[in-house]
Design a protein around this ligand. Sequence first.
Ligand SMILES: [Zn+2]
Length: 302
Amino acid sequence: MERFEGPGSRQGSGSMRGSDNASSRRESSTGAHVRVSLRELGRAFRERRRAERARRAANLLRGLEADLFGHRMPSAAAVVAAAAWRRDSCDAWCLRCGGTLVACERASVGCGECRGAAVELDAVVRLGRYAPPLSQWVPAVKTRAWRDMGVLLGQELGAAVLEAHALGLIPPPDAVVPVPVHWLRRLARGIDHTRVVAEEVARACGAPVVGALRVRMAPRQTGGRRRDRVSRAARFAATRDAPRLLGASVLLVDDVRTSGATSAALATILRAAGARRVSLATCAVTDRPRRASLPVRGQRPD
Ligand SMILES: [Zn+2]
């Protein structure tokens, strides 16, 4: 009866004896080492591939989460406190166009950019120039549905309006009108950013929010020449609520004033609807390039 011999014992049998046997054992041991090393390499490779797959799956999940359930944004109050940000003082910007004033200019008279030119708005109130950190926070309110930042900026803007009114720079608003956002954009973004800001401004001023304006769908308002922006402003119109503004002092609320074409077009519509005065409260104002690098005159102390 043939006896079962394992792979190791088989090598020791037969004609192989002595030094041949020892060398064979050495070769066998080397072969085993190579096999073990190859096995370890294979295992390490598979583990690395598994970890890579897990990382990709986690990223995919995070992406889906952000798309389906909204973005997770940090606390606006914490971000603002960390940046030690303060809104501009009322003498830092031009009341006619919102641009940053240089040393020799006065807010009530106007700046070198708008002096002598007709302006549609009675006054402009702003939080600051469109530059970091406002140029990071303000767009994030709409593109990342950062609601508590919108609320915080609205509260600051409301306080700025009250301060400007206390200084006699702007009339008290009877109604607050947000710059309208198309319902499809609002649905896609998950936020009506100008309304969030406007509600806080209205609360601070004790005036109602009136949805007196509507907008048709049009290409995004980024870049482009002033002429294109003016033609794009033609997509706005008054709503059935507009007659409520008859004889009222209206405060229009926007997130950013760039060329001023949109706010001018909206002011014209509001006046045609019967508004007696139209002022603008905006989170940020884009300075003309030659002013953009000048220091802002004053920022509110703590
Ligand atoms: Zn000006």
